[in-house]
Design a binder for this molecule. Structure first.
Ligand code: ZN
Ligand code: ZN
Length: 133
């Protein structure tokens, strides 16, 4: 018996024909680690937590930035062009960011829009998909 068993009893460890993988980082878990030091089940759990946490952080930052921007640019740019200044409620990306981080946070790519104009723009974008790659 030269096997060193860490973190509980793992029959899988002993029967493994090739280099044994470490056990799951959750100490009470008998499974082998598959990803990031966690077994499949625990990895999935951690991945889910990680994602929601990241998303929450992102939302906070965006909410704050958006409020500041609306404070500085309180009028819908499209309404203003039409000569009827209306209060803006939405910060829109002039060029759709499509998940591009830099484009997303680039304030020169932001504009204040009212509900109506934001909806009108989104409609146009989702119908006019020909010119994007
Ligand atoms: Zn586990
Ligand atoms: Zn407007």
């Amino acid at each position: 018996m030269r096997q060193i068993i860490r973190g509980g009893f793992g029959p899988a460890l002993i029967t493994m024909p090739y280099s044994p993988q470490p056990a799951c980082k959750i100490r009470t878990c008998p499974n082998r680690a598959e990803k990031w030091g966690y077994c499949k089940d625990h990895y999935k759990e951690i991945e889910e937590h990680r994602l929601t946490a990241a998303e929450r952080g992102y939302d906070n930052r965006w909410n704050k930035a958006r409020k500041l921007f609306l404070n500085e640019h309180p009028i819908c740019v499209m309404c203003e062009k039409e000569g009827r200044p209306n209060p803006a409620t939405i910060v829109d990306h002039i060029q759709p960011h499509k998940g591009n981080y830099e484009l997303f946070w680039d304030q020169t790519n932001w504009q204040s829009l009212c509900d109506y104009h934001h909806r009108a723009k989104t409609m146009k974008e989702s119908f006019g998909k020909n010119n994007e790659r």
